[in-house]
Design a protein around this ligand. Sequence first.
Ligand code: TXD
Length: 317
Amino acid sequence: MARKKIALIGAGNIGGTLAHLIGLKQLGDVVMFDVFPGVAAGKALDIMQSGPVDGFDSNMVGTGDYAAIAGADVIIVTAGFPRMPGMSRDDLLTKNAGVMGQVAEGIKTHAPGAFVICITNPLDVMVWALQQKSGLPSNMVVGMAGVLDSSRFRLFLAQEFNVSVEDVTAFVLGGHGDTMVPLTRYSTVAGIPVPDLIKMGWTTQEKIDSIVARTANGGGEIVKLLERGSAFYAPAASAIAMAEAYLLDKKRVLPAAVMLNGEYGLSDFYVGVPVVIGAGGAERIVEVQFTPEEKKAFDASCDAVKKLIEDFKKLGV
Ligand code: TXD
């Protein structure tokens, strides 16, 4: 069986880390596209030169030509501009909207059969724009944020309980970052829900509240430390988990930004919900029952995403 082909649009910090992980996990060959093709080609060659040491044979190339992504099985999009001092959210929206237009055109023309994972911020509106502009079926275009948010939540919970991260599951919904909605009653240690762990004296509600706040601000905490750029190791690992679920038809249940088509009584925009990812892309959206409090938080998160989409539409890009 021929190796799978994975195209990375954007060869920055996340793009380079994605390529390295794809090699180490032997997921397939890599094409890295960037407006700076030399950066893409340099990273591709550098990573490929680690293959003999680490034992992988992935072919990796860097390019500034969209034709090279032809026939890609998976495309991961990180192309775009980060927010710089003095830039408003609208400035970022306008700039990255333009980028998404080019990326959508490239995908539509050269790899319309791919499973597309968008990472570029502001995530929920960018993945929506990418799907709308490319015209790909919505089950084949998803956004990565929830896997990262829940991974951060799992780490902080594991540290609080002094148990392995492997035994902690976390459940988050809603938009990326600030408006993320963690459902603590569905977050567990080896199946024991967090509210029960509070009753068992393992932690307190106050500690859980501060972990939730730290998780929602997880990206900001890293930006502050790095001073130049944003998180890239955990975001890359998270997108790879989604790509693997698709390529291996694992049918994993992962939180991802997907187009709602009546689920949760909502339609026509992307927001983070649990979804089954397998060979059919986003195969099935999981609709959980909310308590009134959870419903309020989820609605507020959806309203924030919808407002950003409206702002985006007003830009007329
Ligand atoms: O959870 C999440 N979704 C996120 C999102 C977590 C962390 C970071 N998140 C966002 O991912 C971040 O706010 C950015 O919007 C993206 C990519 O982050 P990265 O750290 O990789 O950014 P870089 O290093 O600036 O890389 C961006 C690359 C860079 O090489 C540019 O030259 C390239 O994008 N770029 C383009 N490539 C192709 N086509 C166009 N038009 C283009 N414009 C810039």
